[in-house]
Design a protein around this ligand. Sequence first.
Ligand code: PLP
Length: 414
Amino acid sequence: MQLNENILKLEQNYLFAEIALRVRHYREAHPAAEVLSLGINDVTRPLAPAVSEAMAAAARDMRSEARFHGYGDVQGEPFLRQAIADYYSSFHVGIGAEDVFVSDGAKSDLANLCDLFAPESTVLLPNPVYPVFYDTSVMAGRSIRFARGTKENGFLPMPPAGDSGAHADIIYLCSPNNPTGAVYSRAQLRQWVEYARTQNACIIYDAAYEAYIRSAALPRSIFEIAGAETCAVEINSFSKMAGFTGVRCSWVIVPRTLTQDGQSLHKLWMRRQSTKYNGTSYIVQRGAAAALSAEGQRQVRRDVQYYMENADIIRNALHRSGVFTTGGEHAPYVWMECPYHMDSWRCFGLLLNHFGIVTSPGVGFGAQGEGWLRLSSFGSRDMIEQAAHKLSAMDWDQLALWAPDSLHAHNTQK
Ligand code: PLP
């Protein structure tokens, strides 16, 4: 047996294991204290009634000989692909139902798309980055370069500039972003599309948080940009739009106009899926179509709004205690700068040990996340309000005394 040496290069999943360990120690030391988790990456609202009723009806259909469904269309049932195309037209993006591939989650899609590209491809990743982009590139043995997100560029890295601009074959973009909550403008996406075209690269555009965009001035799809249909694929998911994290349904748009060396990526993806995938559950697809129906959208949008109100509560609380944040306006993640130039883990420790608040250290998403924390708005209102109450009353001058090293770096945060 010979192992894939690339999989051995993966680092251990240090971030979430380390968070869990520290929270366990906190619970052991403070058995009576309540833990307020702003670290969760999972939804907490139950499924919308329209969705669960559609799935229940589909499950009943399966009991009947006449309405039983076996293997379905590997690309996705036509009724769902059409509903997805109609969803795009609701924000004026023309996508054909034929360009849509339904599957069981954005995470698997992100990983599976690697099959389309040569092993020696160079990947350009934003930093901080959703860890799946990085880990799947490592597993595929690709060389990786980073585009740096900073406070100055609003954590929206742009393409390498000029003749010295680094080459890339595959570019991962995530907007609205996990972990920073930043959202690209149309002008910025235009630059990425232009760069991808000059590099003959493919953009893999992760729009898993598209439903959280609250402004028509911001793009909800890379396909709002002319030319993207020749250099991009887009992934979206029902997970965060409609609470499908436990149900599992997503889609990939692979335009028929996307070609390389005379080969259609659409056809290649179809070929790949026909070999390695056998279609998404019929019951789940009925639920997904219900989420896109007029009534379904009214219901799931209420949950998205609930999470976004949570994000507003978190941001306002942090601002009251003088903390700088970005994100959280069109994304369920608030990206908080650690006061006093504290590093991510030190600030994480202060919030946990003094207030029982769990966050995600930014450094776990890449070196550019050092000095930042990600706060998630996927909690119950009650818990978010309790956390906000504590966050808004924080005296960071006093708190920093608990972190003596960071005092050397005291700046004018407030
Ligand atoms: N893409 C991003 C940016 C995410 O944050 C997540 C989940 O957290 C996913 C993809 C995975 O979504 P799914 O549940 O559809 O696999």
